[in-house]
Design a binder for this molecule. Structure first.
Ligand code: HEM
Length: 454
């Protein structure tokens, strides 16, 4: 769409001379930078940094326009483009016809019927985590983020691939190195070529190679089983589609890209949600008490089942509130394909456009006391008139998260089982900081001591 020059209204923003300071902030506290920009300039901000111009839009209507109504005009943007080095053209990063084809192929692996079938496996994996944590009861601290990564990778392995990923210990660390690199590329605006011999770049290259070895191994193991392509999990579906590819090398690469993508997109996000839940519950003992009471009442001493999800209502509200304050995908970067107008402002083709769940979820125009942890705000009585796009932890529009039901079921079961049986206490004095990488990580990890529930 060509926008007439007369309507070319430009959003306000910091002067070009502020670029150096902004770059420093971008490399340092990105979350504070985004909040500051919104507070100072309003819901539409133009930020010039060196050769780049970022358009930051922070109103639910803007999010709706960019992510849903005119989604065709917005490809994945800065950060995700760089993540392609590691993820290739998987579901998260691909575009156009390839994305549509792959989404059609993979989505059925997440349909309702399958989520219901997977409930037992997810509950079992959550119960195993509780046992592992229980082994530390009364003992020294254990790093909760490492344990949660083990859980979420385990669940993905069994639900999507029907394999035991516990055998591949390196996967969690490899993904960390890949994320580090993607964020480095983002804050340096992709201006440091890959051949520059930095330790970070070397580590990330090794991690990528090691992840490829893992997924090749997973595929080889599965192919060796009779009926390898007969299941309806994601891996079986990918195997069938790879066979149909005219060029086997292209098929193999596509399979690798999709598997690495699913593993990355599916494990960090859910682990981050769970980590922040126990961080906040530790600071709000009254919330922990209610979680415990609900889990005892709904579950008794059995494992959770799919039908328990609506009964674990308070647990659900706590998770919603956790993802409001700490959305695992804190930013949704896009690249405009043609000229557009967002909220009355002109956005030229080729612009970097940022929609930021982190700032939208704390927008004072849509949330009372936005920094306060208050799960009750998700009670339908209080939330019914909130604009839909003020809360987008799973994104919106055609690129909406494909794994949201699986992630939510896993998080709900895990919180309920841990809250019923244990109390996790953060090691006093240990500072946790929100680290905005591709997902919102718990910087410094979360060492906890484990106690029996009261
Ligand atoms: C609490 C858990 C989760 C959160 C908060 C979350 C969040 C998101 C968000 C915000 C997006 C949209 C990204 C964008 O528009 O740029 C997304 C996409 C995606 N998510 Fe999730 N996710 C979660 C769990 C999962 C799980 C368990 C999987 C399963 C493997 C998964 C797989 C994906 C994939 C493949 C995409 C790309 C979809 C596409 O572009 O077609 N996610 N997720």
């Amino acid at each position: 769409m060509t926008v007439a020059a007369a309507t070319r209204k430009v959003p306000p923003g910091p002067p070009r001379t502020a670029a150096l300071g902004l770059l420093r902030k971008l490399a340092g506290d990105r979350l504070a930078l985004m909040r500051l920009a919104g507070a100072e300039y309003g819901d539409a901000v133009k930020i010039d940094i060196g050769p780049k111009t970022l358009y930051f839009f922070n109103h639910p209507d803007h999010a709706k326009h960019v992510l849903a109504d005119n989604a065709a005009n917005y490809h994945k943007g800065i950060g995700l483009i760089q993540a392609r080095r590691a993820l290739g053209n998987g579901l998260l990063t691909s575009e156009g016809e390839l994305w549509r084809k792959q989404r059609r192929l993979i989505q059925p692996a997440f349909q309702h019927k399958r989520i219901v079938q997977q409930a037992d496996v997810v509950a079992e994996e959550a119960a195993k985590l509780v046992s592992r944590l229980r082994a530390h009861e009364g003992g020294g601290p254990v790093d909760l983020t490492t344990e949660l990564t083990g859980l979420t990778l385990g669940v993905l392995g069994r639900t999507l691939l029907d394999v035991d990923l516990a055998a591949f210990e390196s996967v969690g660390h490899d993904f960390e190195a890949v994320q580090d690199q993607a964020m480095f590329d983002m804050v340096t605006m992709g201006m440091v070529p890959e051949w520059v011999p930095l330790a970070k770049q070397r580590r990330s290259r090794q991690a990528r190679e090691s992840l490829q070895v893992v997924v090749d191994q997973l595929v080889a193991d599965r192919m060796a089983r009779p009926g390898a392509d007969q299941g309806d999990d994601a891996l079986s579906r990918l195997i069938v589609s790879t066979r149909e590819e005219a060029d086997p090398a292209v098929g193999r690469q596509r399979m690798r890209d999709e598997l690495v993508t699913l593993l990355l997109a599916g494990h960090e996000t859910t682990a981050s949600t769970l980590g922040w839940t126990f961080y906040l519950a530790d600071r709000h003992p009254e919330v922990m008490d209610r979680l415990h009471a609900e889990a005892v009442e709904v579950l008794g001493d059995r494992l959770p089942e799919f039908e328990d999800l609506p009964k674990l209502k308070y647990t659900g509200m706590v998770l919603e509130e956790v993802m409001r304050l700490y959305p695992p995908v804190w930013i949704l970067p896009r690249l405009s394909q043609a000229d557009d107008e967002v909220g009355g402002y002109h956005v030229p083709a080729g612009s970097d456009v940022l929609i930021c769940p982190y700032t939208l979820h704390r927008h004072p125009g849509f949330w009372d006391a936005p920094d306060q942890f208050d799960p009750e705000r998700f009670d339908p009585v209080r939330s019914h008139d909130r604009p839909r796009y003020a809360y987008i932890p799973f994104g919106a529009g055609p690129r909406f998260c494909v794994g949201n039901h699986l992630g939510l079921m896993e998080a709900t079961f895990t919180v309920a089982l841990i809250a019923r049986d244990l109390r996790l206490a953060k090691v006093p004095g240990h500072r946790v900081v929100a680290e905005p990488m591709l997902s919102l990580r718990m910087g410094g990890g979360m060492p906890v001591t484990v106690h029996a529930a009261r």
